[in-house]
Design a protein around this ligand. Structure first.
Ligand code: UDP
Length: 371
């Protein structure tokens, strides 16, 4: 195994290229259809404000995986950042994720952790034992009032369907806290890379045995020239959508340029259905150690992915899972291709999980081809 083709220059592709080059002496060609590396993590310095922009929406690095943390720290320094999100709702501004401050302010009470826990126990729908979907999961845990205010509208806008059609597992991304901790993430490691994510990917790819070719679309005649292919594009795209398209949501942004501080926080969610966007992110707050006179914020809108849109979030409705499984059957007929990453395996993956999986795929590949 000497010549490897890697499709996609995001975390999955870059890490596989580096590991195979470094540990197995493989020559790798990394292709990407876009004109930049780093996939949806791509960052750049805005020429107007000098703020670091996350082109495809906010990416906050967080992990509890020690191997991943050590790996990524080889390629960047992290600046101190803790993600704290606010929600603007029909009833006012609240702290997210739902925590003791949210509960007390929402119900206009002064409860301690035990009392708040007991209140949510009382409000939660006890008739739901095994939640079958996002809505049931939320109603079981927080009851109808908090569900309607914080989850129903946001989720409907984000996913374009009723929350009762979405998997229960989606809610597990959001903690409910009975203390005043408003850190959005549980993980011990969190931060924003001081030079952005594209600089990380650039360093990972900087190896004499790696060649990168941008603006290049994968074509089916390519694998013949390689010993193996790792493909991090969409699995339905690889098969030219011959069984149909798997569902993704895409997002679009409306840019706001101003001076000073636009919203006083990196991210504010707009949970009310009457507001057409889901959230506003103001990127200079992701790098609190930097000073900027100007500021840039983006209203984020969610919509169904059309053929020319960039796929972001796997919808994972039942019909999508069924179709994905059918593509997996087709993939078994392609022993030379390994599908990797968020798009290749059709999963809602955080960056740290993507990195962990790319390292494991590389370990297994190297192990298998040891002679
Ligand atoms: N969510 C919600 N209200 C919020 C934030 C999130 O109902 O204010 C739901 C929504 O369905 C969303 C999911 O929780 O898609 C996961 O949220 P997360 O903040 O992890 O989304 P991401 O930052 O990955 O887009």
């Amino acid at each position: 195994m000497k010549n490897i083709l890697i499709v996609g220059a995001g975390f999955s592709g870059a890490i596989l290229a580096r590991e195979l080059a470094e540990r197995a002496n493989c020559s790798t060609l990394v292709l990407d259809v876009r004109d930049h590396i780093a996939g949806n993590c791509h960052t750049y310095r805005d020429p107007i404000s000098n703020v670091m922009i996350h082109k495809y929406g906010p990416h906050i690095f967080h992990t509890k995986n020690q191997r991943v943390w050590e790996y990524i720290n080889r390629f960047t320094t992290f600046g101190p950042y803790t993600h704290r999100v606010k929600a603007i709702t029909a009833q006012g501004v609240f702290s997210l994720p739902v925590n003791l401050l949210t509960i007390n302010q929402f119900f206009n009470k002064i409860l301690n952790p035990n009392e708040a826990y007991n209140l949510l126990q009382k409000l939660g729908d006890k008739s739901i034992h095994e939640p079958r979907n996002f809505e049931e999961q939320a109603l079981k845990f927080v009851g109808p009032e908090l569900y309607q205010t914080f989850f129903y509208g946001y989720t409907k806008k984000q996913w374009g369907c009723e929350p009762s059609e979405l998997p229960a597992s989606l809610l597990k991304r959001l903690p409910i806290r009975f203390n005043y901790d408003d850190n959005y993430f549980f993980d011990p490691h969190q931060g924003i890379p001081v030079d952005g994510y594209s600089a990380i990917i650039e360093k990972i790819l900087a190896h004499p045995k790696i060649t990168v070719q941008l603006n290049t679309k994968f074509t089916h005649d390519m694998p013949a020239n390689y010993d193996h292919v790792f493909y991090s594009g969409t699995i339905d795209g690889f098969f030219d959508y011959r069984l149909g398209r798997i569902g993704y949501r895409t997002v679009t942004f409306e840019r706001i340029d101003t001076k000073g501080d636009f919203q006083g926080s990196a991210q504010i969610n707009y949970t009310n259905l009457n507001v057409p966007f889901t959230r506003i992110h103001e990127h200079k707050h992701f790098t609190p150690w930097e000073a900027h006179e100007k500021t840039v914020a983006f209203r984020e809108f969610s919509k169904e992915t059309e053929p020319d849109d960039i796929p972001y979030y796997p919808k994972n409705l039942q019909v999508d899972q069924t179709l994905y499984q059918r593509y997996c059957e087709l993939a078994k007929t392609q022993p030379k291709i390994t599908f990797v990453g968020r798009l290749g395996t059709y999963r809602y993956l955080d960056m740290d999980t993507t990195i962990a999986e790319a390292l494991t795929v590389a370990d297994e590949f190297i192990q298998r081809h040891k002679t």
